[in-house]
Write a protein that binds this ligand. Structure first.
Ligand code: ASP
Length: 305
């Protein structure tokens, strides 16, 4: 058994480990762990601690993928709702669809008993408004939000906050290989923007026959390259895990237009290997790893691409 998650997973990783040790279904264990990450305000990129869109509204994304069946559930740009990875899991279990977004996702959440809550954390609201006050003229501020937002989409987005989702991958010879994600997305994104975290093949992919991958950071790149699917397809074609991740990195590296920044690829294979590779993100990237031979989870450093 192996469990891999990025550094932001700390509030929920031990819960998932404990549940897996006790024999839980892998996706149930990962969703339970991610729900804890989503409610922890010190994680400033996921759930309640995350950042709002340009209008100051929280729009959360989450996903699950069962690698045994390749069933997927995802939700995108969901207002006023937590926990969204669990909502995505319910989409997978209860609907003939793969993805719900916005008001439809919120309606489904109400139908199945999720409460409707303002999930904008006070401090996120303060930072968002201070940023707007710096960017907008007094006339624009007086009219806000009835101003064109597109001109702001390049300037208002603080690149330092363009980072991190929480991603969990698990691999077990009997339970299979699975993926789950959750994020508040890019801080001050244009309303309705989806990143890669709810997009199967881009932000996550799992196939118990071969492996799984999940990405953090610049969804605008991984959506263009189908990064997570690239890793798993390369495994199917016989690449080693490290060569599969290298191939996905090469694809990202060949992009030369559009919004270009860093990506971290997390990947596992069906042989029990794992790889976490940092492509162009500044600073040290770390991740959580637990294997059933380990008494405790370990925080390790990602490789540089
Ligand atoms: N990949 C996520 C997105 O593009 C955010 C992140 O991981 O920084 O929404």
């Amino acid at each position: 058994m192996l469990l891999l998650a990025n550094k932001e997973a700390w509030p929920g990783f031990p819960t998932t480990v404990q549940m897996l040790r006790e024999g839980a279904i892998s996706l149930d264990a990962m969703v339970a762990g991610i729900s804890k990450v989503e409610s922890e305000v010190r994680v400033r990129s996921v759930g309640y601690g995350g950042w709002p869109n340009m209008l100051g509204n929280m729009e959360l994304d989450g996903a699950v993928m069962d690698g045994n069946t390749r069933d997927v559930g995802t939700v995108g740009a969901v207002p006023n709702t937590l926990p969204v990875a669990r909502l995505a899991h319910e989409v997978m279990k209860r609907l003939p669809h793969v993805m719900l977004t916005g008001d439809g996702a919120r309606r489904f959440a109400s139908e199945i008993g999720f409460s409707e809550d303002d999930v904008l954390f006070e401090d996120s609201k303060r930072v968002w408004w201070e940023r707007l006050e710096k960017e907008l003229s007094p006339e624009e501020l007086a009219k806000f939000p009835d101003i064109p937002l597109a001109p702001l989409s390049r300037t208002i987005t603080d690149p330092e906050r363009v980072r991190d989702t929480t991603v969990f991958l698990s691999a077990d010879p009997t339970r299979g290989i699975h993926a789950a994600t959750s994020t508040s997305g890019w801080a001050w994104k244009y309303p309705g923007r989806l990143g890669d975290s709810p997009i199967p093949g881009a932000g996550f992919y799992a196939d118990s026959r071969y492996g799984a991958a999940a990405c953090t950071h610049t969804g605008e790149m991984t959506m263009r390259c189908s990064t997570a699917r690239t890793v798993v397809l390369a495994l199917k074609f016989g690449y080693s895990l490290s060569d599969a991740v290298k191939l996905a990195v090469e694809e990202l590296n060949e992009l030369s237009s559009g919004f270009l920044a860093g990506v971290v690829i997390h990947a596992v294979d069906a042989k029990g290997n794992h790889e976490v590779v940092n492509f162009r993100c500044e600073g040290e990237i770390r991740y959580w790893l637990w294997e059933d031979s380990m008494p405790e989870p370990e925080l390790r450093a990602a490789k540089q691409a």
